[in-house]
Structure formats: C-alpha cells, structure tokens
Write a protein that binds this ligand. Structure first.
Ligand code: 13P
Length: 266
C-alpha cells in the first residue's frame, strides 16, 4: 500500500506539472486525493502549486474540516467543490482543478467541448459541458457542477477554469491534460477554417472501443441505452436517442437537452 507521505509527494509532483505546463498561474488551482470515506488530502490555499513540499499538504474530513495541517497552511478555498465531487461520485479517488489556457478560454466564451474532432478525446472525454458561473470559494460552484457530475469526468467552470476527476491522482491529472489538449486542438482548428468533425458512425466506433476496454468513469458512450446497440448518443442524438427504461429515458433526454442548449451558444 502507498503511504500517506508518498501520496503527498505525488500531489506535489502533479502540482509542479500543472504549474510547469501553464495550467495554472501564480497560486491558482487545487488538487485532492481520497484516502478513505472520511479522510482526504488536499493542497493548501494561497500557495503556488509548482513549489509545494509534502509538509504543505492538509488533511480534511468529508465535510472539508481540517483534520491535520502544518503551521499556517489551510485547505484550499475550493475544498467544498472537491467534496461535492466525492459525494456524488463514489468511484472518484482524486480531483484536479486548474485554469488551463485553452479550456478556460472556452469556459469564458461559453462554448462547451462537444465537437467530436479526434479519436482520443472522443474515447477519453466524450463531451465536456460547462457548469454555470459561481463565485469562487462559495457553495455556488459545488451547486453548479453537481448536475454534470453523474454523467461526465470533466467539466468547464464558466468564466473560471476546468475540473477533472478520476479513480486516482494520475488519471485525474491525465483527464485535465486531455481536456486541455482537446480544447487547444479545437481552438486551432477553428482558426484554420473550422474542424471537420468525425461522423456519427466514426464516433460510434470509438464509443464501442471504449465499452470494449471497459474504461472507468462516466462518459456519453455509457449514457444512452441505444448507444450500446450502435446508435448515436450525446454528440449527435439531439434528445431522440430513447432508452430501455423510462428512468434512463428521462435522464438521457434531460442531459441531451442541456448539452444541445449549450451547443446553441456556439
Ligand atoms: P486555492 O489556492 O484556495 O486552492 O484557490 C485557487 C483557485 O484556483 C481558486 O479557484
């Protein structure tokens, strides 16, 4: 088993990586890791995530209350956003919040990442919706992201940044990296006259690969019952995808409606 100290070191390494890769400026961003149902490690508030040592890392309970913190270090001001992710997604073991340039530009422009433009982004992320703007450090952000948490592994935060989460720290960081790469490609393709999007058939083949490999997390490929039969879902079904149970139908119709509403912002 990996020791707590080792996990703290890993958080510092990922902090350095997001800082070195321009995903955060100054003291921006925060990272957390779940140890068990009532113990979580998180970055402290107000420090550069590029220069942390294990002593910086705080331990909190499931409400975000301090269990252990050295000196003047206090948990991230966004700890409640992290805790909401863990509450809504028991499969999640780590959460990364950053302000990567391209993803944040889309979040500021109000454009969700829903264009199927390259295989890896379709397989790993599917779509990335935008959660409504909330004042940083308040409950407005956890409340805004909550609606997307059951269905997606990455969310843009309107006029703010991006949130990614997964089974462990490296996977959560990789989601953030994939999200930023996808946003950068989409931005650049738009400069070159607009992306040539993958067809529904091509998207379905990629969804099939994802299902075959049984990748963890939430994804449009797993959202629609019809998608399992090779029919379109999130990227293109426009709310007509149906499903095998009334409950699934209602959830899918609602989510699809919201994604399509966001698309109109383009
Ligand atoms: P903290 O330093 O409190 O984690 O906040 C950084 C940030 O990016 C807030 O959105």
């Amino acid at each position: 088993m990996v020791s707590e100290y080792e996990i703290k070191k890993q958080i510092c390494d990922i902090g350095k990586r997001i800082y070195d890769r321009n995903m955060v400026a100054a003291n921006d961003g925060n990272i957390s890791v779940k140890l068990n149902d009532n113990e979580f490690l998180c970055t402290p508030t107000g420090v550069s995530k590029g220069f942390m040592t294990p002593e910086y890392i705080c331990k909190v309970d499931r409400e975000g209350n301090v269990i252990q913190a050295n000196g003047d270090f206090r948990p991230s001001s966004e700890i409640k956003m992290h805790m909401r992710v863990y509450q809504c997604r028991p499969d999640v073991g780590s959460v990364v919040h950053a302000h990567p340039t391209f993803a944040t530009a889309f979040a500021i422009a109000g454009i969700p990442l829903t264009a199927p433009i390259m295989p890896e982004a379709v397989i790993s992320l599917g779509c990335v919706p935008i959660a409504k703007y909330g004042t940083p450090s308040t409950m407005e952000i956890p409340d805004a992201v909550e609606e997307w948490l059951p269905y997606y592994d990455a969310v843009l935060l309107e006029n703010h940044g991006a949130l990614a989460y997964s089974v462990d720290l490296l996977s959560a960081y990789h989601k953030m990296e994939s999200l930023e790469f996808y946003a950068e490609l989409l931005y650049k393709a738009r400069q070159l006259g607009g992306p040539k999007e993958l067809s529904q058939e091509q998207v379905q083949k990629l969804y099939e690969i994802r299902r075959k490999f049984g990748l963890p997390g939430k994804h449009p490929a797993d959202m629609c019952m019809n998608a399992k039969e090779g029919k379109p879902s999130c990227h293109s079904c426009g709310g007509n995808c149906g499903g095998s149970s009334a409950n699934t139908d209602a959830v899918i119709a609602e989510i699809t409606k919201r994604v399509m509403e966001q698309l109109k912002l383009k």
